[in-house]
Design a protein around this ligand. Structure first.
Ligand code: ATP
Length: 365
């Protein structure tokens, strides 16, 4: 079995332009690893290099330490599921699952056992005799997965497998896919532009932009400790607030001044004085009853009602800030006082866009 897949400084150029640049990553056995990034950032090219359909221009792809750059796709023991999953609609589910095994030359009795075992694991046993064309989206997706898993790939590559599905089905499939992956201890490399999919299913996520890997980390770290502005903004819904601020450094003290006059004192950090951003996620802002030390006065402009929560859009000086709040009756134009969760606020350098670790001190008015 494959123990470890590694990419070491892998690059691919198309028409003189880097589609993937010096990309390094390592995948452990049984890991659910997502490659996340916007359209055109190089995700599919990376996946195609792992599968063996595209040859890297530079760097090494290693399995258990052995270089596989020149190994043909057929010999890589890799399974692929794409966005347009290939389920034979005129064949039964049973025939769909048996297809790859037949091609491999497996005997009929063994094939039957393999298909039935897989059908039990993927909750398809009840529909083995239904035709592919009569399945709903969730069933069809599981059949596509099962067909690929039947060939016992050591690594399963999934390229945006849910992007053609309705939001409600996608939400359900996220849970199903993760459960199947865990129960089979299947190593999965999952390509997506959907941050919710990556956050909800993965053991680790790699965020990519313009062919470059920006950060590889657990969903919690990617969400709470993004490395830079791009990762901070790409992850999270509703998106993080970027609030312009002015960093003042005086002797051994630092102060982060917001435009509306609020000051947040902090221990000195590795940032030049001047204009930067404060990154605050909408659910890390509390509404407090009265103005006071460190609170931010704002005016309610718009409310998005999501039933279980409201997203409030408030104006603070020239800035608009989004806040996640419990539902409640709030009149447009009301003054709301905000308090930022000091442990969760990010300081983002305006020059290099990196998140700068810093420590807030006591709150002052
Ligand atoms: P999407 O989600 O839109 O497929 P992606 O993140 O998977 O995007 P890639 O498809 O890997 O990105 O493309 C990365 C870059 O390489 C893009 O600029 C794309 O236009 C270019 N590219 C990809 N394949 C080829 C090719 N065969 N020939 C020329 N350019 C290509």
């Amino acid at each position: 079995m494959v123990g470890k897949l590694e990419l070491k400084r892998v690059s691919k150029r198309f028409a003189g332009r880097d589609a993937v640049h010096n990309l390094s990553l390592a995948l452990g056995k049984g890991e659910f690893f997502s490659l996340l990034g916007p359209s055109g950032c190089g995700k599919s090219t990376t996946l195609a290099m792992i599968a063996g359909f595209v040859k890297p221009d530079g760097g090494d792809i290693l399995v258990d330490g052995h270089r596989i750059n020149d190994v043909s796709p057929q010999r890589r023991r890799i399974g692929l599921v794409f966005q347009d999953y290939a389920v034979f609609t005129s064949l039964t589910v049973r025939a769909n699952l048996a297809f790859g095994l037949e091609v491999k030359g497996m005997k009929r009795s063994e094939r039957r056992r393999a298909v039935e075992s897989l059908a039990r694991q993927l909750d398809l046993a009840e529909i083995l005799d239904r035709r592919g064309g009569s399945l709903n989206m969730s069933e069809m997706q599981r059949v596509a997965m099962a067909r690929t898993l039947a060939t016992e790939p050591e690594l399963l590559l999934l390229d945006e497998p849910m992007s053609n599905l309705d939001a409600e089905i996608r939400a359900r499939l996220r849970g199903e896919l993760r459960q199947i992956q865990k129960s089979l201890a299947q190593t999965v490399f999952y390509v997506t532009h959907d941050q919710a999919e990556a956050l909800s299913m993965s053991d680790r996520i790699a965020v990519m932009r313009d062919g470059e890997m920006l950060q590889v980390a657990t969903p919690d770290d990617i969400y709470h400790r993004p490395i830079n502005r791009f990762v901070a903004e790409f992850i999270g819904d509703p998106p993080i607030n970027l609030i312009p601020c002015d960093v003042q450094i005086d002797a051994m003290k630092m102060a982060i001044m917001l435009r509306g006059g609020v000051t947040l004192p902090a221990a000195i950090a590795a940032i030049d004085p001047g204009r930067h951003w404060l990154g605050v996620r909408p659910h890390n802002i509390q509404l407090v009853p009265e103005g006071g030390a460190g609170t931010v006065p704002s005016v309610l402009r718009f409310v998005e009602n999501f039933g279980a929560k409201h997203v409030l859009h408030v104006e603070y000086g020239d800035d608009l800030i989004r806040i996640e709040a419990a539902p409640g009756a709030r009149a447009i134009g009301t003054t709301l006082y905000l308090r930022f969760d000091s442990a969760r606020v990010l300081l983002i350098d305006r020059i290099n866009e990196r998140v700068v670790p810093f420590q807030r001190l006591e709150v002052a008015a």
